[in-house]
Design a binder for this molecule. Structure first.
Ligand code: HEM
Ligand code: HEM
Length: 186
């Protein structure tokens, strides 16, 4: 095993990454489906509550993630990465981190301002930060729906790059994020 293959992100960061991956992809699929349905219909109403709740969960998970990232050692990029691949990977990761905050915040803003439901999984409601402000509601919705295209492209490139590294280059990039035995010791 090369030195690159033993370098890995902190165990907690890897766990949060995969929890994020599952919740994020579910939120995107539900959001996409809801975007195609007419407002006020069922199951759009119920699914949107799940979508918003997943989105708010992702917001908190991302705050925790950045704290864990700042407090732990981030492995240097594999030496197989040339300057261009390194730049592409960094750009992709920064975009994904920005999205992890921009999507929940624009969603929260437009649901707050538009007077839409802000219930968390049929329990409590998040505080309405701004209310009854059609300009903010409109701007937030346009931003959320426009950024959705950035999401589709960035996540597709991210998954394609992982497949390329795992099956074509075989440089152990996936192993840096993969859960492994002995995680609890470190
Ligand atoms: C990581 C978090 C989130 C992601 C990735 C995400 C992604 C998406 C996507 C891809 C769509 C479909 C857009 C379209 O087809 O036009 C959508 C729609 C929507 N999202 Fe989110 N979203 C997130 C968080 C939130 C949050 C926190 C809220 C509200 C509190 C929210 C409220 C909505 C609403 C109401 C729609 C339907 C919009 C429409 O029909 O125009 N989203 N979201
Ligand atoms: C099936 C889905 C996914 C796979 C196979 C995957 C795979 C990976 C791998 C292998 C890495 C390590 C890259 C490296 O060491 O340079 C990574 C990093 C990362 N992934 Fe994913 N990922 C997936 C989904 C997602 C999703 C949905 C997001 C966020 C929206 C995401 C955000 C990130 C970020 C921000 C990093 C950089 C980590 C850091 O430096 O802190 N991933 N991913």
């Amino acid at each position: 095993m090369s030195a690159d293959m033993t370098a890995a992100y902190a165990p907690l960061l890897r766990r949060i990454h995969w929890a994020t991956a599952v919740l994020f992809i579910a939120a995107v699929l539900i959001g996409f489906y809801c975007g195609l349905q007419p407002a006020g219909t069922s199951p759009r109403r119920e699914l949107l509550e799940v979508h918003k709740s997943l989105g708010m969960t992702l917001l908190f998970l991302s705050v925790l993630r950045l704290m864990v990232r700042a407090a732990t050692r981030v492995p240097p990029e594999p030496s197989s990465f040339g300057a261009l691949v390194r730049l592409a990977a960094r750009l992709n990761h920064v975009t994904l981190y920005l999205i992890l905050f921009a999507m929940p915040l624009t969603g929260y803003a437009f649901s707050s301002a538009g007077g839409y439901s802000l219930k968390y999984f049929w329990t409590f409601s998040w505080p309405r930060l701004v209310s009854g402000n059609p300009e903010i509601a409109h701007a937030g919705e346009v931003a959320h729906d426009t950024l959705a295209y950035v999401v589709y492209v960035a996540v597709a490139l991210h998954i394609a790059a992982t497949i390329w590294h795992a099956w074509v280059v075989r440089d152990g990039t996936l192993a840096r994020m993969w859960p492994r035995s002995g995680d609890s010791e470190r």
